[in-house]
Design a protein around this ligand. Sequence first.
Ligand code: SF4
Length: 218
Amino acid sequence: VQNIQDRRLASARPRLVLKIIKGLLNQHPQRLTGLTFSSPYQLLVATVLSAQCTDSRVNSVTKTLFEDAPDPHALAAIPRTYLESLIRVTGLHRRKAGLLKKMAEMIVKRFNGKVPKTVDELIELPGVGRKTANVVLAQAYETPAFPVDRHVARVASRLNLVISERPVEIEKEFTNLLPKHQWVQASDSLIQHGRKICRPLPICDRCCVKVFCTYPLP
Ligand code: SF4
């Protein structure tokens, strides 16, 4: 009897996850915006700069940066100290300048000056992890991808949408379950839910999927 119950629960789970994602998509139908960019290269640079920095501050810096370094060739050639001064207000400027220079050099040498279009190639670039790679694919190349950041991980865990806590496994669980055309929007809606409502201290009264939540409510 226990086995039958377990099997029933297991087969009901995907339907429940899809239902919750549908609710989140309804509550957050708009696409995620924040960083200003007009090419995959620009989004890549902006995303590296956004570590521990607000999007608006990054946008104020990249406006000037992209005039001086409009492509990977120019960024690879820009003097390191000048680059550091340009990006200083984003914090961790020495480390970020080093990563950006190495990243630009690799794009020029290994990828002929073009930002690659696969996760495996993107994560070869210094400073680029799986989340950034998926953001570039989803937002700049508009190809199916499922970025997992801390918001996605928190919301998914509180709603019991995933079994694992590891970002790579969370990505796998969602991409196995959701149709490809929903990946980007589903990730966007989880991120927005985590930023606006299911924050570290959640505002559960405004949550459209509260009825499904098993998290101990505040
Ligand atoms: S009910 Fe609260 S804790 Fe649960 S998902 Fe919604 S906001 Fe997060």
